[in-house]
Design a binder for this molecule. Structure first.
Ligand code: AMP
Ligand code: MN
Ligand code: MN
Length: 328
């Protein structure tokens, strides 16, 4: 099918075939989709003799649970990214702001800026956009690009893509038939699904249990919020998070969203004193991307986020206000 995406993917593959030096960027606080997609395409290019680096703006170090994806040592610290890269590929990143301190590399880039993404809210900040908001994960678009480049998908590449696919689909709960077929194709290369998935989704240090019990004890349910559809929320302060990694803090939302009385779930996470990052999830009826966008954030219909300066109470009040403003 000669859709827009096929055309831009063919063009991206053509440009990459002539590239000598490629920088692949992931969004801040990288997840398996953004980093897996960057590492999969990065590995293919590296094997073809291209000078390759993969980086993200924040935090300074690679989340422990994602380290196993970098089998060729392509990840570099953000300071090692050239000030004016000659070729950029940006993965799973809806806006330049989501690159944090590496956002200036987009403006400074002397060659193509290829954006590979699945956010509806993508602001088209590159020079070529392989964007499909129907794709369950950026990893699926990255695979289309690799196929177009005639790359053999072996286990190290497939592992990266599988990691992105399994996490962005919530363990395949939100995956359609095509995504399941692709999962089968990736597993056929020898990917060990359990070994890849467990550190990403099901494994935490024991201190997680203590953190969870403190945070969940303070969780609140407001059934009047979101036009009466209900909001469950929890706050993770810096003090609550002291003994755990970012992976543990990020997974609190998966517990809070299980509250059946609430259409919307939120976890308000303190990144620095008085500066918060909020994760939003909806079951089906509220478009939380719209809610997040009211507050300067973005995301997908059922999973979105925003950042906020203030107190935890102010964040929650702002969120409830935004929920009232968005139709459901
Ligand atoms: P998270 O709750 O961090 O897993 O994020 C859920 C989704 O919301 C991700 O796919 C991101 O695209 C999006 N998102 C999270 N935080 C922000 C933000 N501050 N600005 C824009 N999009 C965000
Ligand atoms: Mn992502
Ligand atoms: Mn994604």
């Amino acid at each position: 099918m000669a859709d827009d995406l096929s055309t831009t993917i063919a063009e991206a593959a053509r440009l990459l075939a002539g590239a000598r030096d490629v920088t692949l960027l992931s969004h801040i606080n990288p997840d398996a989709d953004t980093l897996g997609s960057a590492l999969a395409v990065g590995l293919a290019l590296h094997r073809r003799g291209v000078a390759v680096r993969v980086a993200f703006g924040e935090p300074e170090t690679v989340p422990e649970s994602l380290k196993a994806l970098d089998t060729a040592g392509l990840l570099v610290h953000r300071d090692e990214v050239p000030q004016a890269p000659e070729f950029l590929v940006v993965m799973d990143t809806g806006s330049v702001q989501r690159l944090g301190p590496l956002g200036d590399r987009v403006t400074n880039c002397t060659g193509p800026v290829v954006v590979v993404d699945h956010h509806v809210s993508n602001t088209r900040y590159g020079t070529l956009h392989c964007v499909d908001s129907q794709a369950e994960a950026t990893a699926l678009i990255a695979l289309r690009l690799l196929d177009e480049m005639d790359v053999e998908i072996d286990e190290p590449i497939a592992r990266c893509l599988y990691a992105g696919l399994v996490t962005d689909t919530g363990g395949f709960r939100k995956a359609g038939p095509e995504a399941h077929k692709i999962a089968a194709r990736l597993l056929e290369t020898g990917v060990d699904a359990y070994a890849v998935t467990r550190p990403l989704m099901d494994s935490h240090p024991f201190a997680y249990l203590g953190m969870l019990s403190r945070v969940l004890a303070k969780a609140e349910l407001d059934q009047k919020a979101a036009h009466g559809l209900g909001l469950a929320h929890a706050v993770v302060s810096l003090d609550d998070a002291r003994e755990v990694r970012s992976e543990e803090v990020e997974s609190v939302i998966d517990v809070v969203r299980s509250a059946s009385e609430a259409e919307v779930a939120a976890v308000v996470k303190e990144l620095r004193p008085g500066f918060w990052s909020v994760s939003l999830r909806a079951v089906s009826r509220v478009d939380v991307r719209e809610v997040a966008q009211v507050l300067g954030g973005g995301g997908h219909r059922l999973a979105a986020g925003f950042t906020f300066d203030g107190t935890a109470e102010q964040v929650v009040a702002a969120l409830k206000g935004a929920l009232e403003r968005v139709e459901s």
